[in-house]
Each structure stands twice: as C-alpha cells, then as structure tokens.
Design a binder for this molecule. Structure first.
Ligand code: CAA
Length: 382
C-alpha cells in the first residue's frame, strides 16, 4: 500500500527542507568537527513547530501527524543528522510519552514548553550493563515519603547534557518488567549529574553522556505513568522512536544519493562525465532503489502509527531496513566520489560516519529482527 501525501504534508516537507538547507546544511560540517550543540537552530525549529509536531494543539503542539513528522525529520537529517537525532528523541519518545502517560500538571510543566522548543527532552533507558536487554537495568528508585530516591548510572544518553528534562527508567522492584518505573528528572535536582561526555565517530553535534544519580530525590509527582508501568512507557516510546530513526536514515540515504548523482555528473575521467559509465549508473540505480524501498517502509510505519494501530512490527521493519540502507548508500556515495569521498571537503564523509550508529541505537538491528519475528509468530495469520 503506498501512502498518498496530502497537500498539507507536502507543504510541511517543503518548509522543513527549506529550513534545513538554509539553516542547518551550511553549519553541519563545522558543528560536527567542533562538536557544537545546535542550540540556535533548535530554537528556530521550536518557533517553526518542528519540536512539537506530534503534540496536540491543546498543549501548544502542531498535531501534524506521524507521516508529516517523518517527512520533516528526513529533511532535517539530510542536512544534519545530529540535529535530527535530537529532534527524534525529543518528539517521538519524550513528548510522545508525556502526552500519552503524563498527568495534566506534567503536561503543563513539561509538554507545553517542550512543544515550543523551550527545552529538549532526553530518554535514559540504557545503562553500562543494560543495552539490548533493557529489563536488566539496575538504576533504583526507592520510595521515601512523597519522593523516590534514585541511584545508578545511565549511559549513552542523547541530549543528556543539553536537554532540559530526562525521562529516566528505574527499578522500583528488584525484578520483572513490572518493577520498572519512569520519572521526569531535571538538572536542578541535587544528586543528579552529567558525567562522561562521549567522543563519538559520528553525529558529533549531539551530546551523548553518562548520567549519574546519587541519592537523587525525585518528587513522586514526577513519576510518569503508574509505578511499575515504566517498561511499557519505554517500549511504546521506542515504537515511535524507531519510526523517527527510520526517517532519519531515509534522509541521510537520500542526501548521500543526491550528492553522488551531483558528483557523477560533474566529475570527468577518460574524457567524459563518470555518470556516463554504465558501471557507475548501476551503482546509482541500486542506491535509488534502496532509498525508495526504505521510503515506502518509513511512510507505511508512520501511516500505521498515525491511524492509531499497533505499529511495533512496522516500526522495527522500517528502522531495520532504512538504517541498513543508509549504511549501504552512504558507503556507495563515497565510492562514487573516489578519493574525494574520503576527505572532509565533501559531505559524504560525514554522512558515512553519521549513518553507522543507525543500526545500533534505539535497539540494534538484531533486536529489531527479534521484535519482527516475535510479532510475526504471535500474529493469527491472514
Ligand atoms: N509496547 C508496549 N508494551 C510492550 C512492548 C511494546 N512495543 N514490547 C514489550 N512490551 C511489554 C510486553 O507486553 C511485556 O508485558 P507483560 O509482561 O505484561 O506481557 C513487557 O513489556 C516485557 O516485554 P518482553 O517480555 O518482550 O521484554 P524483553 O525483556 O523480552 O525485551 C526487547 C524486549 C524488545 C528485547 C527490549 O528489551 C528492547 O527493545 N531492547 C532494546 C533496547 C533499546 O531499544 N534501547 C534503546 C535505547 S534508547 C536510544 O538509543 C535513544 C538514542 O539515544 C537515540
């Protein structure tokens, strides 16, 4: 089933593309090189409604739907993958989870300003010893009167340093998926600190950090959802998040294809443009097929989510395929550029590095295949 884009969705896509090309693309290489957080651009994105795309109008959002969101996110990623991952975690996981599970007070305190881009959300599930096996998390939250006391370390947290609120998953019971609870933690809380800042291979303008909780007292009013509901908060957040990462992958793949086509038409060898050689044309054709197939999976998953249906399997399929596509296509874009693809003067070098994490974060592609197979075997058949 192909998704027919509406006039409004195409307008949102164009708005995001114009913004990304004008505001993000010219700064992306320097931000990557110097690890500069794109604070100014995020502020402008907030003004354009790009940081509250899925939030309902009642809470200051744009309520544009997941398809329009995926289109916009792809355009942002085509210019700057670092900005796109910040946007994805913020919109898909953080705003989405607060709107779905939050109390009215939490929505007023967090969702409304987040939708306007006043501050960015971070999602803290992963720990040093709990990655793919998310249930193995050992960060604890012990009840103490009207508060919970958090202890433990979170690892590889996107926007953990620059974000204004962190959705933290902690254990309120020693075992079981119903022993995990979600909390909204802010940097002003004593006992909460940012520790190691990672020096990454790609997506360098987005911060990835360790967060340490040492007897950090969090008011019970900051619990997101019910006690013991945290794993559901995390998993349903990740269903949405994976569509975001799939859209990011699509944008990166499309950008690499565009650069490869442009270069192949400019570069001359053996007395003609290299685009005239069939050997290169076939590489470009394979890249274009790959990008197009990913686009269909991304839009399909987004449309399923937008209809309010279960999107677990479609989200994992889109994330898995599109992230692998982005790795193949960015690699081929370098091949087409030859030696020029390996130097930082051309953006494909950054695209290639930025793509590598896509098969790892928000669930490795081995985990995506596990989720797809599980959903497939659970289904009652057609
Ligand atoms: N929606 C709602 N609930 C869900 C769910 C979903 N998609 N998936 C599972 N659950 C529920 C189950 O129904 C189950 O509930 P019951 O016990 O009541 O039946 C409960 O959660 C436990 O589920 P499982 O038994 O399936 O749990 P599991 O231990 O086998 O783990 C997993 C499943 C899919 C492997 C999960 O651990 C997982 O997704 N791992 C990968 C973690 C991950 O993606 N981390 C990303 C970190 S965030 C990040 O990367 C952001 C960034 O920086 C960019």
């Amino acid at each position: 089933m192909s998704v027919q884009l509406s006039k409004e969705q195409l307008m949102i896509q164009k708005m995001a593309r114009d913004f990304a090309r004008k505001e993000l693309a010219p700064l992306a290489a320097e931000r990557d090189e110097k690890h500069l957080y794109p604070a100014d651009s995020l502020k402008k994105m907030g003004e354009l409604g790009l940081l509250g795309m899925l939030v309902s109008e009642k809470y200051g959002g744009e309520d544009m739907g997941t398809v329009a969101y995926a289109l916009a996110l792809s355009e942002i990623a085509a210019a700057c993958a670092s900005t796109a991952v910040i946007m994805s975690v913020h919109n898909s996981i953080c705003c989405g989870s607060i709107e779905k599970f939050g109390t009215e007070e939490q929505k007023q305190e967090f969702l409304v300003p987040m939708a306007g881009g006043e501050f960015i959300g971070a999602f803290a599930l992963t720990e040093p010893e709990a990655g793919s096996d998310a249930q193995a998390l050992s960060c604890t939250a012990e009840r103490d009167g009207d508060s919970y006391v958090l202890n433990g370390t979170k690892r590889f947290i996107t926007s953990g340093q620059n974000g204004g609120v962190v959705l933290v998953l902690a254990r309120t019971k020693p075992t079981g998926s119903d022993g995990i609870t979600a909390f909204l933690v802010t940097h002003d809380m004593p006992g909460f600190k940012v520790d190691k800042v990672e020096n990454k291979m790609g997506q360098c303008a987005s911060d990835t950090v360790d967060l340490v909780f040492s007897n950090c007292k969090v008011p019970a009013s900051r619990m997101l959802g019910k006690e013991g509901e945290g794993f559901t908060v995390a998993m349903s957040g990740l269903d949405a998040g994976r569509i975001g990462i799939a859209a990011l992958s699509l944008g990166l793949g499309q950008a690499a294809l565009d650069e490869a086509v442009k270069y192949a038409k400019q570069r001359k060898q053996f007395g003609q443009e290299i685009a005239k050689f069939q050997g290169l044309q076939w590489i470009l054709a394979d890249m274009a097929m790959d990008v197009e197939a990913a686009r269909q999976l991304v839009l399909n998953a987004a449309a399923i989510k937008e209809r309010g249906e279960n999107c677990t399997m479609a989200a994992s399929m889109a994330k898995c395929f599109a992230s692998e596509m982005a790795n193949r296509v960015t690699s081929q874009a370098i091949q087409i550029h030859g030696g020029y693809g390996y130097i930082k003067e051309y953006p494909v070098e950054r695209f290639y590095r930025d793509a590598r994490i896509l098969t790892i974060y928000e669930g490795t592609n081995q985990i995506q295949r596990h989720v797809i197979a599980r959903e497939l075997l659970k289904a009652k058949g057609r």
